[in-house]
Design a protein around this ligand. Structure first.
Ligand SMILES: NC(=O)c1ccc[n+]([C@@H]2O[C@H](COP(=O)([O-])OP(=O)(O)OC[C@H]3O[C@@H](n4cnc5c(N)ncnc54)[C@H](O)[C@@H]3O)[C@@H](O)[C@H]2O)c1
Length: 303
């Protein structure tokens, strides 16, 4: 799809981060929007920002609709897809972008946490793909954009739930793309692999208590240190994603960290893990020393 003007795009996780940036960037190009998020308040803010970014065309305002939902709810997703077509008369693009983060050891992981992340990150993408696919085919020109991650290429300790869902999204989307190629049905698909992007995902993610004293010293320190790796803005990520859709890319890597991680996993497909373990040990030692120094300073202040 070379341009987005007068197209209709559905975006999940549109209330924040890359979903919001995609909504604004598409609105700027005159693309009508059907936006979804579990957070109705932030979703309404995105709709306002997107409307403000839209080109001012007399007599033909941009249509922006919103729906508060949980992407892991299959019925709600099918209902939203039907509602999108009823409101906009067609749909051309779906961005299965909503996602959450979980940090936990496998040994200590609660099944409820694992079910939560699989529900959002994997099933949300499956429901969004299956619910919208018939409508995308009917439109004659469609594209499915599923957000995986650098962690869909490259695994990390303490991120098994996230890694599992993002590797699954990559496999699902690569298979989908091949099926769509074989069908020659006017619909395509792209798997998106961002590196660290400056969004709210670290702060809103879940960190299990079993990580404390293992790889991190406190929940907040873990979240703050994770954010230090967020080197690309959400607006730049949205620009790269839309450029990838225009070029009909199968895989979109975002940021120099994603490119480096992808390269490392290619040249050292199993040995990269040794480097990750060394780096994780080093970071855990630094966090531990910082915590000890903070405790010592607090004790001397009290004395
Ligand atoms: N930020 C990064 O560094 C990074 C890196 C790689 C991949 N990603 C992926 O990018 C996507 C977008 O994340 P982001 O970084 O913009 O994070 P974000 O937290 O800023 O945005 C995620 C949005 O998804 C919504 N959401 C969460 N659970 C939902 C649910 N069950 N139903 C509906 N909406 C839900 C949230 O309310 C939020 O508005 C995610 O799939 C994430 O895993 C992010």
């Amino acid at each position: 799809m070379k341009n987005f003007t007068d197209r209709v795009a559905a975006i999940t996780g549109a209330g924040s981060g890359m979903g919001r940036s995609l909504a604004i960037a598409l609105a700027r190009e005159g693309c009508h929007l059907s936006l979804a998020d579990r957070n109705a308040t932030s979703l309404a803010e995105t709709a306002q920002l997107a409307q403000a970014a839209a080109p001012q065309v007399v007599g033909a305002p941009l249509r922006i609709t919103t729906r508060a939902l949980d992407v892991s709810d299959r019925a709600a997703m099918f209902d939203w897809a039907a509602e999108t077509v009823a409101q906009h008369h067609r749909v051309n693009l779906v961005f299965n972008n909503a996602g959450v983060a979980l940090s936990s050891t496998i040994e200590g992981m609660e099944y409820s946490d694992l079910e939560w992340i699989v529900g959002v990150n994997f099933w949300g993408v499956v429901h969004g793909t299956k619910a919208f696919l018939p409508h995308l085919k009917a439109s004659g020109a469609g594209h499915i954009v599923n957000t995986s991650s650098l962690f869909g290429i490259f695994a990390q300790p303490g991120m098994s739930g996230y890694n599992a869902t993002k590797f699954a999204v990559r496999g699902f989307t690569e298979s989908l793309r091949q099926e769509l190629d074989l069908m020659n049905c006017g619909v395509s698909a792209t798997s998106v692999h961002p590196g660290g992007i400056q969004t709210g995902i670290a702060q809103s993610g879940r960190i299990s208590k079993n990580m404390i004293g293992f790889m991190i010293e406190s929940e907040q320190q873990g979240k703050d240190d994770f954010e230090k790796f967020f080197i690309t803005t959400a607006d730049e990520a949205a620009r790269v994603i839309l450029d990838g859709v225009r070029k009909n890319k199968r895989r979109v890597l975002i940021g120099r960290d994603a490119k480096a991680g992808d390269w490392l996993a290619r040249i050292l497909p199993s040995a990269y893990q040794v480097l990750v373990v060394m780096q994780t040990r080093r970071m855990a030692r630094i966090a531990h020393k910082r915590a000890l120094a903070r405790d010592a300073a607090a004790t001397s202040r009290r004395a």
